[in-house]
Design a protein around this ligand. Structure first.
Ligand SMILES: Cc1cc2nc3c(=O)[nH]c(=O)nc-3n(C[C@H](O)[C@H](O)[C@H](O)COP(=O)(O)O)c2cc1C
Length: 234
């Protein structure tokens, strides 16, 4: 239905600017839309007009403060992370841009101690704090959303989705640490089985989640300066 309404708006948009009655693509779309078997056009697709309003956007200073105050947290209090917190985080994170808006990502959340411990055994970077992880997220990419030549896109979109999750957790005041899932495919298959993750989904990363303590230690993780990553062509 969303596709139908998007196509319908596409046709009207063309009609506004030029006579598209001869355009073979438009003719084909019209035929498709008028097919008796098609569902009615009442989906959420299509276009809308935005009136830019800077008042709706936080300032660069506020954004700087938010981004600069996020640190990878590797020490958590015992306070339970709520299922509702994770739902709120995912509700916000699905606004992440994705290729063709395909949203070929997913996230699994684990709350049971034993399950978290078992899953973290497959991850090589949580020594010393794994036992404090209160909620474990596993971000996946859906291979069915991508064609053969788009396989890297799964990790690009999945990585962007993961970043949104990390930032949304930060906005909620929760601490988090991304955890790599770089492993041989045979190990990935075992981990997915243990985690009840579908076989056609690929692992993007884990994210350790927990409430922060009042005071805790983080790695300084200094950054290279912008000049070393920015190439200006003017
Ligand atoms: C994909 C990814 C995987 C990571 N894996 C681990 C990990 O296995 N263990 C860990 O302690 N930190 C891990 N990190 C956290 C990084 O070490 C951390 O983001 C980086 O040092 C910058 O520090 P900051 O997040 O505090 O700014 C990972 C980060 C990313 C993005």
């Amino acid at each position: 239905e969303n596709i139908n309404s998007a196509l319908s708006d596409y046709v009207s948009y063309h009609n506004r600017f030029n006579d598209s009655s001869e355009n073979p693509l438009i003719i084909e779309i019209k035929k498709y839309l008028h097919d008796e078997n098609r569902k009615p056009i009442n989906g959420n697709g299509g276009i809308e007009t935005i009136v830019d309003n800077v008042d709706n956007i936080i300032s660069f200073e506020q954004y700087n403060k938010f981004i600069s105050s996020r640190r990878s947290v590797r020490s958590f209090s015992k306070k339970q992370v709520l299922e509702s917190d994770i739902r709120n985080v995912v509700n916000l994170s699905i606004k992440t841009p994705s290729v063709c808006n395909r949203q070929g990502w997913g996230v699994y959340a684990y709350f049971r101690r034993e399950e978290i411990d078992n899953l973290l055994k497959y991850q090589n970077g949580n020594a010393g704090f794994g036992e404090e992880v209160n909620c474990l997220l596993v971000v996946v990419g859906k291979s069915k959303a991508f064609s053969r030549f788009e396989y890297n896109q799964l990790y690009i979109d999945g990585g962007m989705f993961s970043m949104s999750i990390v930032n949304s957790l930060h906005a909620l005041g929760l601490g988090s640490c991304p955890l790599n899932l770089c492993m041989p495919y045979s190990r990935e298959v075992k981990l997915k089985k243990l985690a009840n993750i579908k076989t056609d989904e690929r692992l993007v990363m884990m994210i350790a989640v927990g409430h922060k303590k009042n005071e805790y230690i983080v790695a300084k993780s200094p950054r290279m300066n912008a000049e070393s990553v920015l190439t200006i062509n003017n």
